[in-house]
Write a protein that binds this ligand. Sequence first.
Ligand SMILES: [Fe+2]
Ligand SMILES: [Fe+2]
Length: 331
Amino acid sequence: MIIWKNLDLVEKGEIVGEDVYDPSGFIVLLKKGTVLKEGDIYLLKNRGVHMLPIYVEEVLVSDDIEPTIEYETFRELSENLDNTFEEIKRGEVKIKKVVEQSEKIIKNVLEKYEEKVLNLVRRDQKPLIRHVINTSIISSILGISLGFDEEMLNKLAISALLHDISLDKNVRDVLDYYDTHPIRGAGLLRKYFSVNDEILLGVLHHHERFDGKGYPRNLKGSAIPIFSRIIAVADVFDTLISKDFEGNPSTPYEAIRFIVSNSGKMFDPNIVEKFVHYTGIYPTGTLVELSNGKKGVVIKVSSGILPLVKVDDNIVDLKKGKIYIKRVIND
Ligand SMILES: [Fe+2]
Ligand SMILES: [Fe+2]
């Protein structure tokens, strides 16, 4: 199997799992199958590569499954937020209501964080609400791994909940109109937050790109507010894996590959690194084929990279059975 490893944790003698490109995406720095030498690691560092696909032989796992947020809590949040969005659009909401909902998310995420579980709801009656809750969950996890204090975490979770506030819930926005949604969203929130408020700026810049090619202001690198850089990763991951949007949903495995390959282009490399560390390369929901020929789904990521697999109704403890993941099934 292949896992993504931070370059600082890679050791000589390890085998490269896929061709490694330089950050421009055009030059192959190392071929798939290369046995790493000290000099290779040095070269990759100099070329700005941060994550490396590495072959590993065995997967070790343990423990039970649980979703990041209980489904009941999710339903409740979804109901409340639906009303809150309407109230914000009418300019009527008491912002305390949004704070209460973000606090609930943080509380749930904090309880589950140590267990390294990212188990998201992937389809719902209310696609936009589902999407903003998931974006807020992932953003909070990233905020925790970046060492945010509680006040910052709450602001981040609120910003993520509100990031697509101006998108229409029912009608798909036409593209021209879509491009202006960060500005329109920030406009709606001006009643509640000042122009320089982190929550408002997080919403305004969530479609900026790290390389400066995003919108609405073409901000680049650390000029993009940190909340927006976090929300950008969470937003794209949820959009790619969810079944609510047009096109085929990506597997979580493919979605992470997309995020890694856009590190430094669309996304802040530091945040991508935290994200990969948390989700691993076999995130919850990935369909896999095991070495015994059985197919299963990853139900828990342990230690960032080591999943627990459910086959039919059984949970396979790969550690005991000496079974490993042969490949990811893309369907
Ligand atoms: Fe958006
Ligand atoms: Fe979004």
